[in-house]
Design a protein around this ligand. Structure first.
Ligand code: GDP
Length: 203
């Protein structure tokens, strides 16, 4: 799939604010500072599409980006929405705010009929934390297809990356599943992720 454009469309904290026009949705989720904004910018090749923020945990809305997509030899455009969810597990987010957070995120994840799959980002340098494991299990329990992406892959050696990925799988309790290493700095993993996206857009 070739990304032809990416632009911010809308922010939502309730269903009335979701885009009126229905399109397939690819969702991104992860702890604050995991590298989600960087990955979105690298994937779409739109600089600053998602802000690489210096204040982790600040964005508390569901952000919809309209992505123009073209698949080779398919005449129709395959435009979709990239959906950026607020970072979870940020220590300074108070319990009360966390409650509000989970309510509207859960509502979105459980009710949107357009979700194709959820990319859950985990930092390749750290073992998944309790909040990562909790989120992963919750997504699986609710029948949402999950692609786990190990971010900042350029920060570790190839050897360490392979070990980390094995540790991530062990911690999540899924040996069979593919975990995709990604580096936004080197655009490593970009083609693979685009291929997964292409697969769901042509379904
Ligand atoms: P977000 O809070 O999940 O959106 O994370 P950001 O995209 O803002 O990234 C957090 C920090 O990690 C920033 O300082 C980024 O420059 C850095 N970062 C993100 N992705 C990568 C990557 O693939 N490689 C390296 N070396 N640094 C990264």
């Amino acid at each position: 799939v070739i990304i032809t454009q990416g632009k911010y469309l809308a922010s939502a904290v309730k269903p009335e604010q979701y885009p009126e026009l229905q399109r397939k949705e690819v969702v991104f989720i992860g702890r604050s500072n995991v590298g989600k904004s960087s990955l979105i910018n690298s994937l779409t090749r739109v600089r600053n599409l998602a802000r690489v923020s210096s204040q982790p945990g600040k964005t508390q809305t569901i952000n919809f980006y309209e992505i123009g997509a073209k698949i080779q030899d398919v005449p129709e455009r395959q435009d979709f929405y990239l959906v950026d969810l607020p970072g979870y597990g940020y220590a300074k987010t108070g319990a009360e705010r966390r409650k509000i957070w989970s309510r509207f995120i859960n509502e979105y994840l459980l009710t949107s009929p357009n979700i194709q799959f959820v990319c859950q980002l985990i930092d390749i340098r750290h073992e998944p934390m309790a909040s990562d494991v909790e989120m992963f299990k919750w997504l699986v329990e609710n029948n949402l297809p999950v692609l786990v992406i190990a971010t900042k892959a350029d920060k570790v050696s190839k050897n360490a990356a392979a070990k980390s990925i094995a540790a991530i799988k062990r911690k999540l309790g899924v040996q069979e599943m593919d975990v995709l290493p990604y580096s936004s700095v080197k655009n490593q993993g970009r083609d693979e992720l685009l291929e997964v996206i292409a697969g769901c857009l042509t379904d």
